[in-house]
Ligand binder design. Sequence first.
Ligand code: IPE
Ligand code: IPE
Ligand code: MG
Length: 246
Amino acid sequence: MIIDQVNRDRIPRHVAVIMDGNGRWAELHGNDRIYGHRQGVDAVRSIVEGAGEIGIEYLTLYAFSTENWNRPKEEVDALMSLLVDAIVQEIDNLNEKNVRMRVVGNIFCFPDQVQVKLSEAIESTSANTGLNLVLALSYSGRWEILEAVRKIVRDAQEGVISEEDINDKTFVNYLSSFEIPDPELLIRTSGEFRISNFLLWQIAYSEFYFTPILWPDFRKENLYEAIVDFQGRERRFGKTSEQIRS
Ligand code: IPE
Ligand code: IPE
Ligand code: MG
C-alpha cells in the first residue's frame, strides 16, 4: 500500500492544495459544474482524513480565489451555499478527528450567512490540537501581500515599525497566514501548471507536484503518492548538492 511507502520521519509540516478540475469532472460525467463542486467535498473529506493520519500539521486548501468572484452569478451563489452546507455537515466529523479549522482570505466579501457559519466552525474547532485545516476563501496571494503592505504603512506612520525593521521575518507577521509555516509541498490537480494567485509569498521554496487527476477523483492515496514523490527530492535552498549531503 502506498501509505507504507511514506517516510514518517520526513512528513511535510504544511501541504497546500489547489483543488482544480471540478467543472471538467462534471462535464465528463454529463452533469453541470455545480455537481462537480458537490463531488469535490468527498475529496476534501478524504484528504483531510489522510493528512491527519500521517501527521501533517497544516493543510491549506484553495477553495475560492479572488478571481473566482468573476464566475457566473449562479455558480458563485451555488458555491456559497455548498460551502455553508459542507461546513454544517462536516463540523462534527472535524471535531471527532481533532481538526482545527481556520480561514485565510477576505471573508468580509462573503454573504452574512457564510461568514456566520465560518465563524461558528472556527470557534467550535478552535481547541482541537490535530491537523490545522486552512481554507483559502476569497483569497489571492497579491491581495494578501497588498493587505500586508497597507498594514505596514499604517504601523510605520504610527511609529510601530521603522524601515530598518522590515525584513523576511517581520513581513510574515503582516500576512494573514502569519503563524503558519511555509508549505513544503504544493499540489495542483487537473493537469494545469500554474499558481493562479495562490500563496505567492509562502511558496518561495515549495516543491510543486502536478497531477492530471481531477479534484473530485482525488483521494488520500493520491496525497500519499505526492508525499512519496516529495520525499524523493533534494531540497537545496540555493546550496549545492554536496553541501546538502555533507
Ligand atoms: C475548482 O474547479 C473549484 C473552484 C475554482 C471553485 P473548477 O471549477 O475550476 O473546475 P474546472 O477548472 O473548470 O474544471
Ligand atoms: C484556482 O482554480 C482557484 C481554486 C482552485 C479555488 P481556477 O480554476 O480558478 O484557476 P484558473 O482560473 O484556471 O487559473
Ligand atoms: Mg479550474
